[in-house]
Design a protein around this ligand. Structure first.
Ligand SMILES: *Cc1c(COP(=O)(O)O)cnc(C)c1O
Length: 342
């Protein structure tokens, strides 16, 4: 069995052909550095067109930097950021947001299926208002969430109402934003600026790039001097076109959306094949490109011995992630191995 048999992560995947071709095209000629090139202008224009609004766009290397710098730009060091207890910014960024903001504290809320509720946000904002407590200034939502669920436009609007009432800026961690758009079948604007999102970190990496995330400010006032923040943090790529050109490859003909739809379809097939098998239960509803499932321990061990790679997360449940490069045959091989070893 090839060692690439995996549902470990969507970032185990390679570069999709369209992004690769765009990178090759950008490699044909010399171009100005630090984002002054035509590719960066095209990619930023492409994102403005995609979101159908005049937003400010920046490209950085990875998601931790995108989130950390975006959050630092929408509050001060004495502010706090409300997020779900399962949020990547809390669990998997090594304190990056706190570091980038010189100490802004994360306040952890809750809600079923990895989603913050308006009630939880309201509670965190109102439980303390004195000077000894870091003042809530921002809200961070992950779309799709860390457990593979999505906020609907209605849920986002209900959250926006609370955010508006308490003057919280809204950040969206869009590591799997494409998968959320594909699952909800909405225009990207419906779950961003039209739902009150001030800044989106839109991942290219998990969608099919080698690397690169777009930080998209819908609230352009918050982007003031953001390029200096990126430079100071070591996130200004000198050969920027190698991040931005592949984005052009993703944006042309909606490749980003096709990649996400494909990954979501593979996960749906996987979930359908697992559901109902004895001893196998889905921990969260399958809505995007990940399946979160309780598998008996001996079965997990057998699958791993057979060469399948996947991680166990929250409470020991197994996370099976699909990407643009997952194939239906691979899903079926995995399901056959599961059935053979139950
Ligand atoms: C992958 C991921 C990120 C970004 O991670 P990096 O490794 O820093 O690129 C951010 N948020 C979520 C929810 C993720 O899954």
């Amino acid at each position: 069995m090839p060692s690439s048999e995996q549902f470990a992560s969507d970032n185990y995947s390679g570069i999709c052909p369209q992004a690769w071709a765009a990178m090759a095209e950008a490699n044909r000629m010399d171009e100005p550095a630090y984002g002054e090139d035509i590719w960066t202008a095209r990619a930023a224009d492409g994102l403005r067109e995609l979101f159908d609004t005049d937003c400010d766009v920046y490209f950085v290397f990875n998601g931790t930097a995108a989130n950390s710098l975006a959050l630092a730009s929408i509050g001060q060091s004495f502010h706090s950021v409300i997020c779900h207890e399962l949020a990547h910014i809390e669990t998997d960024e090594c304190g990056g947001p706190e570091y980038a903001s010189n100490g802004a504290k994360l306040l952890l809320g809750d809600g079923a299926d990895g989603k913050l509720t308006p009630e939880s946000i309201e509670h965190l904002v109102t439980k303390r208002t004195d000077i000894h407590y870091p003042k809530p200034k921002a809200l961070s939502l992950t779309q799709a969430t860390e457990v593979g669920t999505v906020y609907t436009p209605e849920e986002l609007k209900a959250i926006r109402a609370v955010a508006g009432k308490h003057r919280l800026n809204v950040h969206m961690d869009g590591a799997r934003f494409a998968n959320a758009v594909a699952a909800l079948d909405v225009h990207p604007s419906e779950i961003t600026w039209k739902a009150g999102v001030d800044v989106l970190c839109f991942s290219g990496t998990k969608n099919g790039l080698a690397l690169g995330e777009a930080v998209v400010f819908f609230n352009r006032d918050l982007a003031e001097d953001f390029e200096w923040r990126c430079k100071q943090a070591g996130q200004l790529a000198s050969k920027m076109r190698y991040i931005s050109a592949p984005w052009c490859g993703l944006l042309k003909d909606n490749v980003w959306l096709e990649n996400a739809r494909h990954a979501n379809r593979c996960a749906a097939r996987l979930a359908a094949g697992l559901e109902g098998l004895p001893g196998v239960t889905l921990r969260y509803p399958r809505q995007v490109n990940g399946v979160f499932v309780d598998l008996p321990d001996p079965l997990q061990a057998t699958l791993r011995d057979a060469g399948w790679r996947f991680y166990n997360f929250i409470g020991g449940c197994s996370r099976l992630m699909c990407s643009w490069s997952t194939t239906e045959e691979q899903v079926d091989r995995f399901l056959a191995d599961v059935r053979a070893n139950l």
